[in-house]
Every structure is written in structure tokens, then in C-alpha cells.
Design a protein around this ligand. Sequence first.
Ligand code: SAH
Ligand code: SF4
Length: 349
Amino acid sequence: MDLRGMYLEELKELASKMGEPPYRGQQIFIWIHRRLALAVEEMTDLPLAFRDQLSSSHPLPPLKILESSTSALDNTLKLLLELPDGEKVECVLMEQGGRRTACLSSQAGCPLGCRFCATGQGGFRRNLTAGEMILQAVALLRKAREGDPKASLTNIVFMGMGEPLLNLEQVLRACRLFQHPKGWNISHRKITISTCGLVPQIIKLAEEKPPLELAVSLHATTDDIRSELMPINRQYPLKDVLEACRYYARVTGRRVTLEYALIKGVNDSRKDARRLGRLLKGMLAFVNLIPLNPVSGIPYQGVGEEKAKTFARWLTQEGIEVAVRRSRGRDIEAACGQLRARRERGEKY
Ligand code: SAH
Ligand code: SF4
């Protein structure tokens, strides 16, 4: 296994197996997760012979950044990485009000085919490993440290490419690594995984209560519209998704965040706000409104800031807790999957 995806205990065991004292495992862990090492050769407090042995038995998969862009509007940083087998994944770093949030991918591509999503339109390639999720965070934080050597990540969201609940085991492994006090030390309240609404997996999460926050992509208030936008709705219709959310909130006592991308003329009417109010009545929920990020070749448009605020006001009148998120990095196509899509069309910055 990739050293980046291994727990501290596993690294200690590996060190022992290789004839070294277990604390070498902790040194490796700190090099990877604290000091953001890119190669075993950098781990200079390991004995040279052990370093040589480790770098041939367990080399760290290299970091290859294909593209890097920073938004002139809000400083959002977006990276396109190439993995050793040639797959491409995106990750984004956002800074706001003292928070530094990494938005990570859980899969190369996505099999769910949402109509407004560049990743969904590009098809599915494969699941990512926990090590590859850590690598994205390492890449983003190394960039941030170029400007601020003390920079650290405060929040992680799995809202990049892919459906985290289809790769739950590796995503949970990455989450536990991010939470480790000797490593990233990120609180479980600050790690969010987002799903398009896979009902059996939401129920499983409710029962297992892993330490993280759950967000569910709703995006519509009728099955007709949701099925048009998100084909998965034909399998798990709105009613079932919301019932699973209620169950999750009840069993865990945690609030569910519902994501709602405002699409002009599709889901942004006064009626939609009323229906959403009815659907969420009495539920421990919070709605995040995001104007849709336009994606090239896709027939949907976002709404303006004023409209988003109006829709938020309607929801407030329905008694729903709501926030409007700015769509960040619009000028660098920071919505999920857009960079890879453009690369595949052969366009350059
Ligand atoms: N597959 C998961 C997580 C990754 S997508 C999910 O669907 O929830 C993260 C979020 O970005 C989801 O809410 C998704 O609906 C949203 N999204 C995808 N394309 C978008 C776009 N063009 N504009 C705004 N949000 C988008
Ligand atoms: Fe997949 Fe999420 Fe994009 Fe839908 S929105 S295609 S589930 S990544």
C-alpha cells in the first residue's frame, strides 16, 4: 500500500517488519502528513540504509501538477494532478475569513452522470485510494505554504470529482488520517462528505456514525426536475432521499446540509421555495444555495447574486436555515470536473 494512505499503527508495523524500531513509523507519518514530504529520500532523520530500502519497496507516488491556476477574483487555487497511471484529478483550495478549505476528489470521474456537472459528463474512470486523497491535500497545502510557511488546512470537503459514498472505505481512511492529532489534526466537524443521495449508504452512515459531516445534493423539489438533472433520482427519488436524511439526523443528532444549485428557470421559482419549505419541515437541516457554475456545452445557466438572495429570503420565510455560497473561482472554472474536461478538449490556459 501507498505510505500516504497508511495509518500510524500500520507504518509502525511496517517499520518493525523491516527490522527497524516502531518509532520509525511515526517519523514517516510526520514526514508525510506534517512536513508534506514528496519522496522517501527527503526523510533525512531515517537511517540511510532504511531510507534506501523503503524507497525501493514503498516509493511515494510522485506529485505531478499538470495545471495550476489562481482566481484573480477570490484567490481560489485549483490544481489538476496526474496520477502515475495517467488518470487526472482536480482539487481546489479556498480561503475565506481565516478558514482554509481543501475541496478534494474521491474518484477519477463519476458514474452518476448529473447533467449540470462536468465530471458527470466525462464518465467514470476509477476510485481513488486514500493515499491519492492525501496527495491532493499535500499538493494544495504545499502551494499555500509558498505564500505563508505556517499555513494549515482548517476544513476538508469531498466535493471535487466523484461520489464519495461509492468509495466509502478509502474516503473514511483518508478522513481518519486527516483527523489524526499527530498529522493534519482536523476536527471531524470540519470534514464534510457530499453525496448525490445514495439512500442505502446514507442509512449505513447513520448507523455507523463515522466522525464527519454529511451534505446531500438536492437541487430540485420535484421528481420530474430532479430526475432530469440527476439520473440517480430514478433509483432513489426525492421522498426516499429526504427520509434517509431525516433518519440520519434523528439517529446521529447531527444536522444534514442540503446543497441546492440554483439553475435559471429550472429550480429557482417562488413555488420551488415553497415546496422546499414543505419537504424540509421539522427536519434538522441547513440549505446551502450555490448559483450553478456554468459548464461549457451544458444547457443550464446559473442565477445572479440578487436572485440567490431572493430565493434565500423565501426559504427563510418558510422557516428554513439557509446560506448563500458564492460560486468561487468562476474565472478559473473551479466547478468540479471543468478543468479536466477542458484539458480533454485540448484547450489550454
Ligand atoms: N458527487 C457528490 C460530491 C461531488 S460534487 C455530490 O454530487 O454531492 C459536489 C457538489 O458540486 C454537488 O453538490 C454537486 O451537485 C455540485 N456541482 C456539480 N456541478 C456543479 C456546477 N456546475 N455548479 C455548481 N455546483 C455543481
Ligand atoms: Fe457525480 Fe456529484 Fe457530479 Fe453528480 S454532481 S456527476 S454525483 S460528481
